[in-house]
Design a protein around this ligand. Structure first.
Ligand code: ZN
Length: 137
């Protein structure tokens, strides 16, 4: 079951320029930033309600995010939904013929389980599905 929108990720060319709108003008506050080495990008988290906006800036010319930026320019990169059982959700989507990038969850930060749905099956939107880690609770 889909529980909520966890975050919306926005690719930006320059974090300082981007925060001029998202933080200074709009009034959201950056809770923290993270350098994601294996994705060659920096992410800034701006909580809003129970969700977050994530600004993503590539740190190399060759990362996937940098190539995305080259091709499509800045904008929404993906929408992430939190689900309560990721594998069951993936199995259900797969059975409906939805094209999945990950048929099985990969493990992200803090034990979060993550998988992506291909934009071809989602009206051009890259959809991320999250299951929050429960092992430490
Ligand atoms: Zn995400």
């Amino acid at each position: 079951m889909i529980k909520r929108i966890d975050h919306v990720a926005v690719v930006v060319e320059n974090m300082d320029d981007a925060t001029a709108f998202w933080q200074d003008a709009l009034g959201l506050k950056i809770s923290h930033t993270e350098n994601i080495a294996d994705q060659e990008s920096v992410i800034a988290f701006l909580p809003v309600g129970g969700s977050e906006v994530e600004l993503v800036e590539p740190t190399t010319e060759t990362s996937g995010i940098a190539r995305y930026l080259d091709k499509r320019g800045p904008g929404i990169h993906h929408v992430c939904f939190e689900v309560d059982n990721l594998q069951a959700t993936l199995d259900r989507l797969d059975a409906q013929g939805i094209e999945l990038i990950n048929r099985e969850p990969t493990t992200g930060a803090g034990g979060t389980r993550v998988a992506f749905v291909h934009p071809r099956s989602a009206n051009g939107v890259l959809v991320e599905l999250y299951e929050r880690g429960i092992a430490t609770e």
